[in-house]
Design a protein around this ligand. Sequence first.
Ligand code: IMP
Length: 187
Amino acid sequence: MGSDANIERVLWTEEEISGRVAELASQISDDFRGSPVPVVVVGVATGAFLFIADIVRKITLPVAVDFIRAESYGSGTESSGVPRISSDLKIDIGGKHVILVEDIVDTGNTLSSLISHLETKGASSVSVCTLLDKPARRQVHFKLVGEGKFYRGFECPDYFVVGYGMDYDELYRNLPYVGVLRPEVYK
Ligand code: IMP
């Protein structure tokens, strides 16, 4: 599996993640099967790059794929408030079902800005599929659009985690598992 000296403990192994991703993909496939409205899966860069790559390969429906980027964190471990959309979609999502794929929902600021942005672009619904959800730290209660649904892989305890796409200062994204970063690394 590979390990890193700066990881205090592994929360979800590669196998556990892959099993859960398959379950989420099958739920999404069931929920959107036969939809007359096109489905667009939108990954939030960079953190969702592995999750979206894995989940779209297990979704058994025709879907378009695009990315969006929102900046909020800088290089620290605390959110710096309302994020800014720094790279927008290429695909026109007007009248389509959007499934926003996130690595982790923490304060909820990023998600709520992204959802409003996608709503102003005319999405017929906005669903969210996040690998991890840290409800303990929620500040903003986001509202889905239309018939949008909320999918989540795992509930994450209140630790700063890295791996499977998630970083600290742009490192650790390539770890195949999700683990807790030793606090000495960022203190
Ligand atoms: P929010 O706006 O506070 O919900 O933050 C969401 C974004 O912050 C996520 O998409 C991640 O990129 C980043 N983030 C939040 N918590 C963590 C964490 O524990 N590890 C790594 N990145 C995190």
